[in-house]
Ligand binder design. Structure first.
Ligand code: ASP
Length: 425
């Protein structure tokens, strides 16, 4: 029998979880079973955090900076990725600070979401790992022992290490460089294959995580989650309808409307597959055949962008980490928000263009601010629908990067426009 597509399986699992939660209520055996299934799935995700993020970052950064022949494209591309990613994160941060979805009626929404852990317990684990002050955060970027930091779930140092490692891989002499790149790319692809196996369990995982919440709290869990969705969707909408069109209009000097028309089918593909990597052929086709971008630019910017330039993902990671921290009652002072922004920016580079890849990065960010990685379970029920939306934004962001690079390199014919007078050559 052919099973329905994964997102439908997850929707069905959600509906079954709601029904079973109400039906069985707080029956001990049922809750034990669900806890086991949910934990099994979450453990699978957590298992991948260190090797997946590290290999993805090293392979990804190695690819961006490996631009000796393409140096002039490389710099603009990198600038675009970092700049728009940062703005996207700040937009997400702003929305979550404004709407405070993790705080309902002035209190952390943890209990409404079925969080059993006492805030006091969480605070004691946060101590020493949370953001004491800014200098402390900077010190934690350079842990004295990388493995001890990773094992303790203190991921900040690991992320910076991955970044530096990737950069210096790209500076190695060509023989060594090739060996290193192939090694990390291989490791990354193995991790992705394992991730795919684990994601097949997502419907079961969602059931196991959501049913006990419904059993313990009824519908009250939906209020914070609904607000969280509003915050994320609002921020994604601002990014796609304000920030990126402004870049198209004032940096690339092309019509944002024409660009939207060109990219519609690619965004729909991204929406239905939740995978920027799977949408790549459509994105390339639309930009080359309908947007007039030459193949030498799409061929360079898009394959890297699909894995590295993930504005929607960066925004989501930041919003989700903030929401989970609010739900746990963690005080979100400036240093903590700084860590979240920094970690979202760095890890979004390493998030693969496949469904639900952000979950692993969110677990890593939670570890960086000292929260239990289980916190990821709070957003799982709505992750898939938000994944569809953020992936469409990722693909739109990649397409904008391609147009900007083409225009700044003096290419004519993009959306029928003549070449820009200035060039970054
Ligand atoms: N699904 C996203 C993409 O393919 C990645 C993520 O945010 O999970 O771009």
């Amino acid at each position: 029998m052919r099973l329905p597509a994964l997102h439908w399986q997850i929707v069905i699992a959600l509906a079954l979880a709601a029904g079973a939660g109400f039906w069985f209520g707080d029956v001990a055996g049922f809750i034990t079973f669900c806890d086991f299934v949910g934990k099994f799935f979450l453990n699978g995700l957590k298992l991948l955090v260190v090797p997946l993020v590290l290999s993805a970052m090293i392979a990804g950064i190695g690819a961006i900076t490996q631009t000796k022949a393409l140096g002039r494209y490389g710099l603009v591309t990198l600038g675009f990725y970092v700049g728009t990613g940062f703005i996207a994160i700040l937009t997400g941060l702003l929305m979550v600070n404004l709407l405070q979805p993790g705080i309902i009626g002035g209190k952390p929404a943890g209990p409404l979401l079925g969080l059993d852990s006492d805030v006091g317990d969480v605070m004691s684990t946060v101590q020493g790992k949370g953001a004491g002050d800014l200098l402390d955060v900077l010190l934690r970027l350079v842990p004295e022992n990388l493995f001890a930091a990773a094992a303790a779930g203190d991921m900040l140092g690991l992320v910076l290490f991955g970044f530096l490692f990737g950069y210096f891989v790209s500076r190695l002499p060509s023989g060594l460089h090739k060996t290193q790149r192939e090694f990390w790319q291989g490791l990354y692809e193995i991790m992705i294959s394992i991730a795919n196996v684990i994601m097949r369990l997502a419907p079961l995982g969602v059931f196991g995580l959501v049913a006990p919440i419904i059993a313990k709290t009824g519908w009250s869990a939906f209020k914070p989650l609904a607000w969280f969705c509003v915050a994320v969707l609002g921020a994604l909408t601002i990014h796609v309808t304000v920030t990126l069109p402004l870049v198209l209009r004032f940096v690339a000097r092309v019509s944002p409307i024409k660009h939207f028309r060109t990219m519609g089918p690619a965004m729909l593909t991204a929406f239905s597959t939740s995978s920027s990597a799977a949408s790549l052929p459509v994105t390339i086709d639309r930009l080359e055949k309908h947007g007039g971008v030459p193949q030498r630019i799409t061929g360079f910017v898009l394959p890297i962008g699909a894995n590295v330039n993930t504005d929607g993902t960066a925004l989501y990671e930041c919003a989700a980490a903030m929401f989970i921290a609010q739900a746990y009652g963690l005080p979100l002072d400036l240093p903590t928000q700084f860590i979240i922004v920094l970690a979202a920016l760095l890890t979004s580079v390493g998030v693969a263009g496949i469904p639900s890849a952000s979950l692993v990065a969110i677990a890593l960010i939670l570890g960086s601010i000292g929260l239990p990685l289980e916190g990821v379970g709070l957003v799982l029920a709505v992750d898939r629908i938000l994944d569809m939306c953020r992936t469409a934004v990722n693909v739109f962001g990649d397409s904008c990067a391609t147009v900007v690079v083409a225009r700044l390199n003096g290419e004519g014919g993009v959306h029928g426009e003549p070449a820009l007078g200035s060039s970054v050559k």
